[in-house]
Every structure is written in structure tokens, then in C-alpha cells.
Design a protein around this ligand. Structure first.
Ligand code: SF4
Ligand code: SF4
Length: 253
């Protein structure tokens, strides 16, 4: 079942890129699995918010959280290197990837239900509380628990294919073996104090080597909403995700 799911996810993303109306493209996804009972899910209530959900809050007999990272094509990353505001390609990729994640989740649900299993469809973003800017389900933290990657100081998940892209997750009652977590940081700054390139690239005062102000960060995301007002809601920035040692690869390998 694992192989069937992984093949279906990879094929779906490839075919999605080929659709005439889609402007973005993605490299092959990275996929990892968490045990829905992993004690780290409960710990997220302390780390993120007491209202942060558990897999069982979405699905009574939750067994596994399937997580995936959809890496942006290189031209999208390159387009966002220069300038203070996000490139159009980056903004479009954000919008299209959110839609792709939603449709991919529906596709996974269909495959699982054909085999008699239940699963969730949780949208990629905007399931957060505006006043606190925290989400009741963090795909990235679920993906961390699933060993898809570890967090950089830029708050992005660094996977084997870097951090430029987006993460999605699906909760299911199908039991699959969890991916094993490594006891190592992929972020070079967290590993040995080297790097910090993402903080140097921040276009505001939001990201520093030892701190992050999500409200300052969100201000520029809102500026990008105005800048790309001809597009759907693009509350993005992403300047601290590109032109880094961890943009497209795991920098410790
Ligand atoms: S650019 Fe360097 S410091 Fe920033 S997240 Fe990547 S590895 Fe860590
Ligand atoms: S998204 Fe933009 S404003 Fe926010 S931390 Fe990164 S570079 Fe700074």
C-alpha cells in the first residue's frame, strides 16, 4: 500500500504540472510517515498552542500521518532571489501549490477509500487564527514528527530536497510503518553555529539568528498581498528560503 500511495502521489504532482492552466512546476515529492500516537503530537500542544489538534481530533481511529514536501522547480526559487517583494512566480507557486495540496489530499483520500480506509482533507494554509498567527494543525510540525525534515532558523522544514516548497499532510486509519527520525539537525546554524544566511537575507527585522518576530514577517506578507492584488491571496515573502545552502538540498549531506 505504501508503494502504491507513493507512486500515486508522485504521478499526481507530475501530471498537475503538465496542466495547461498551471504555471508552476515541482520536483518529485519527498514523503514520510508518522505514527498518529507519537507522543510528540501531544507535545505540540505545549510548543505551539494548547488548542493545537491531535490526529485523533480529525479522525477517531487515526493510525498514521502521511506527510509530503513538494519542492518548487529551480526557476521559481531563482525568480525570488532579487528584490524586496516576492516575485510573481513565487506568489503564483504559493497559490497553485496550496490548491495542488488540496486536490492531492482528495486524490489520496479516494485511493485510500477504495481500499476501505478513511482519511482527512486538511487545506494547506489559512487554517490559522489571525490574531495569534498560530494554526490548529501545523503540517510542518506533523512533517517534522514524521521525519520529513528538521526546522531551520528560518522556520522552514529542511528536507532531503531543501526547504523551498510546501508541506502537506493527510491523517488516515491505515497503519503504515513510521519513518525513523535521526537525532541530528539539518540546519547548519543549529548544528554548529555556522551559516545564518537566511537571517542575512531577511528583508525586514523579522528574522535574526536567535529570534523571529512573526508579526513583522506577516506585515511584509500583507504587503505582498497588495503587490500581487491581481492574483488570489498571496500572503508570502520567502526571501529567507532562497539562495541558501538549504534551499534545494539537505546541507549536512
Ligand atoms: S540558511 Fe543556514 S542557518 Fe538558515 S535555515 Fe538554512 S542552514 Fe539553517
Ligand atoms: S518571510 Fe520575509 S520577512 Fe519573513 S523572515 Fe523570511 S525574509 Fe524575513
Amino acid at each position: 500500500m505504501k508503494e502504491k500511495l507513493e507512486t500515486a502521489i508522485k504521478e499526481y504532482v507530475k501530471k498537475y504540472s503538465e496542466r495547461e492552466e498551471i504555471k508552476s512546476n515541482w520536483k518529485a515529492p519527498v514523503i514520510a510517515y508518522a505514527d498518529a500516537e507519537d507522543p510528540l503530537f501531544k507535545k505540540m500542544k505545549e510548543i505551539i498552542s494548547p488548542t493545537h489538534s491531535l490526529p485523533v481530533d480529525f479522525l477517531e481511529d487515526a493510525q498514521t500521518v502521511i506527510t509530503f514536501f513538494l519542492p518548487f522547480a529551480e526557476r521559481i526559487n531563482q525568480s525570488n532571489i532579487e528584490g524586496r517583494l516576492s516575485s510573481k512566480e513565487w506568489a503564483v507557486a504559493y497559490i497553485e501549490t496550496n490548491q495542488l495540496i488540496l486536490e492531492l489530499n482528495k486524490h489520496i483520500k479516494k485511493i485510500l477509500s477504495q481500499e476501505g480506509f478513511k482519511s482527512t482533507v486538511i487545506q494547506a494554509t489559512h487554517n490559522f487564527k489571525e490574531e495569534e498567527l498560530v494554526s490548529d494543525w501545523s503540517h510542518r510540525h506533523a512533517a517534522y514528527i514524521a521525519a520529513l525534515g528538521t526546522f531551520g532558523i528560518n522556520n522552514m522544514l529542511i528536507t532531503e530536497k531543501g526547504c523551498a516548497g510546501r508541506v502537506g499532510s493527510v491523517i488516515t486509519d491505515l497503519k503504515l510503518p513510521p519513518t525513523e527520525r535521526e537525532d541530528v539537525e539539518y540546519c547548519l546554524y543549529k548544528k554548529d553555529g555556522s551559516c545564518g544566511v537566511c537571517a542575512d537575507r531577511c528583508v525586514t527585522e523579522a528574522l535574526k539568528r536567535d529570534s523571529f518576530d512573526r508579526f513583522i514577517c506577516y506585515d511584509i506578507c500583507l504587503e505582498n498581498v497588495d503587490h500581487h492584488s491581481n492574483l488570489d491571496l498571496a500572503d508570502v515573502c520567502g526571501k529567507c528560503c532562497v539562495n541558501l545552502p538549504c534551499t534545494t538540498k539537505n546541507p549536512i549531506r
